[in-house]
Design a protein around this ligand. Sequence first.
Ligand SMILES: O=P(O)(O)O[C@@H]1C[C@H](O)[C@@H](CO)O1
Length: 293
Amino acid sequence: MFPEANKGYSYEDCKATADWLLAQTDVRPTVGIVCGSGLGGLADMLKDQVAFNYKDIPNFPQSTVHGHAGRLVFGTLKGRPCVCMQGRFHLYEGYPIHKITLPIRIFKLIGVETVMLTNAAGGLNQDFKVGDIMIIKDHLNMPGFAGINPLSGPNDERFGVRFPCMSDAYDRELQQMAMDVGQELGYGDFLKEGIYCVLGGPSFETIAESRMLHKLGVDAVGMSTVPEAIIARHCGMRVFALSLITNHAVMDYDSEEKANHEEVLQTGKQRAEQLERLVSTMVTKIEHNNNYV
Ligand SMILES: O=P(O)(O)O[C@@H]1C[C@H](O)[C@@H](CO)O1
């Protein structure tokens, strides 16, 4: 069942994993959530949980990063059937890019229509503060510039077209919904929007790199999300994504600040409750056919 790294997973491999999951649970999720570093608490919001350790799911990679529990959780969120990845995969873990994005195709094959991606990221926008939530409106795919794209290799039309459009990667209605819900919840002061850039990691950025990204118009930098968004759009799912700004990307040689994973996880804990409320309220407003109510 394990294909060669550069060949990716076939439609049949993905279908086998999807069918295996569907046989284990009656939950039929239409919303799929991916928890970023330190944001696994989002999965704990689900009621009537049916949870699987990644190691027990055919074809699934294993989580290797602290703050990514490695569980796929099915359940309901205020009555809506959802599935939640409590832990994602990153290029720097050594996984080929097709493996990182495999769960997103599984989402599609089990009936998910809307994907909500979350991540921890370093803030480059000078107006951003640690603890801000940035709604992602667009991305820069740095590994993609070097040919590392989850759609490289043969294209299977059963998933989507050879050359998918990405100018509409992040659903505008869902961005507006997040803004509206954020205002209703009183989050106006820390709810922002911006452009996310993915790098390979695991080293954090140098000062020169951060300065370059800032000049390019990047608002937040991280190590995930973009490959998942590309795969989700390729197979026709709607994508909403947000970054929790967990630290400032250092851009000044006099600065004493040093990016570190502990700070990332700590900021996640501090904003967990608000983030959960934002995501869960949005889920209640996403209709089965993906309309915004
Ligand atoms: O999975 P995400 O993108 O939230 O994780 C970020 C990027 C690195 O994996 C880690 C660095 O602290 O957090």
